[in-house]
Design a protein around this ligand. Sequence first.
Ligand code: DO4
Ligand code: MG
Length: 278
Amino acid sequence: MKLYKTRSGFVIESQNQFYAVPVTDWDTLINRDDLHVYLQELITTATPGDDYQAWTQTGLLAPIGRQEVWASGVTYLRSRNARMEESKKSGGDNFYDRVYDAERPELFFKATAERVVDPGGNVRIRADSTWDVPEPELTLFISSSGKIVGYTCGNDMSSRSIEGENPLYLPQAKSYDGSAALGPCLYVPEVPITPETQIRLKIVRNEQAVFTNSIAINQMKRQHTELVEYLYRECSFPNGCYLMTGTGIVPGDDFTLRSGDEVSITIDGIGTLTNVVE
Ligand code: DO4
Ligand code: MG
């Protein structure tokens, strides 16, 4: 089942039927360990409709309220290798090698809700960056008690030039206005998402696809629960939290995003998050 946050209210999609949600506070709605069961209860008394366009015509919002967005890094081999390459000159390459194999994962603060871009909105590249990529990431929604109750598509926009200059510049490479996008919905399955789930990235420039690739989430080195366990060790999240799980897709070193590029991230079961680079 999918939960959409739209400009005119919240909508549940279940078996191609759409239902209005009679709850007005997003944070109270989603921060429940029994979210799947609760959404199912809500639709038993609601009147369904089957026209997606009609239900979402006021526009989709990122499925976020007062949650923080965190991210994991170097969870796929491709990410480790790309970062080792980009930071060779600075001598930072072996940090990535070591964190890939370490017991403790890399976790970093990515964005406040205000810095998150809605589906269809403009993501940004920094004016002081020369090499930029989107990172398509399965993003967990974790309740305040630490239970993974939903999933969405996340774009961890990243400056490779700043990150490659010095690993200590990571917060500047990763966190700035418009550096994250989430959506199109919060996917709330009855059981955890399947390991075969594919993540696809497509970048279109002047109506031509200039990059496409895909990867299954079972290529990830770490377990979702392992990432959550570390994140929740010493941080509390009264409204729950979003956690991007890292990228397994990095375009070649000759690729950088340009203004006007359309970035689409598709994850099985969730849908497609599309944004245009400002
Ligand atoms: O260590 C830098 C960031 C890694 C990251 O964002 C990723 O692997 O997705
Ligand atoms: Mg990332």
